[in-house]
Design a protein around this ligand. Sequence first.
Ligand SMILES: Cc1cc2nc3c(=O)[nH]c(=O)nc-3n(C[C@H](O)[C@H](O)[C@H](O)COP(=O)(O)O)c2cc1C
Length: 192
Amino acid sequence: MKRFLSIVMATVLFSSLAAWGSSAKEEATESAEAHSDVLVAYFSATGTTKGVAEKIASVTGGDLYEILAAEPYTSDDLNYNDSSSRSTSEQNDKNVRPEIGSEDISLEGYTTVYLGYPIWWGEEPRILDTFVEKYSFEGITVIPFCTSGGSGVGRSGSNMEELAGTGTWLDGERFSGNVSEEDLKDWIEGLK
Ligand SMILES: Cc1cc2nc3c(=O)[nH]c(=O)nc-3n(C[C@H](O)[C@H](O)[C@H](O)COP(=O)(O)O)c2cc1C
């Protein structure tokens, strides 16, 4: 009887472990398949780029990832009339790499990354340099987009491409904050 009971218990234990193992495998496969192959990653200090990023995500069905600064930018930090403000001094030093505060993201499964940012002193904010140096864009098409008070993308795309060292980088595009989803759709169609 004792022997019979231990065989029954061992069978129950084995089958429940096997069931757990297969459901864990299914979950892993589901989460790898669950996300879109398009990621819209962006940094936005005052919300303009964020709005455009959300429209691109809506048009493409892409996932959104916000690059947040570990130390958020205050309005004093963003004062471009102050030659000693944080943003001005960061932009004056190509080697500064502000720390990212948002959770790390895995780029596995993404084939296209739209990368958005505001133009600061004609270039990408240095935190974008932190981002592109942190991740590998191997096998990924990276499409820079920016917002600004009027300046174009300038050298921001090629700066980041050089720093990243991986990925297929397309020419960047500048948008105003109130660009329509229709215009964004046309731009995206034109990239293909
Ligand atoms: C520090 C700083 C520097 C800027 N430099 C420029 C610039 O060189 N050319 C320009 O057209 N706009 C410039 N702007 C304006 C921003 O690019 C514009 O307001 C942008 O849409 C803000 O995006 P965000 O709200 O996503 O941060 C600058 C803004 C800041 C805060």
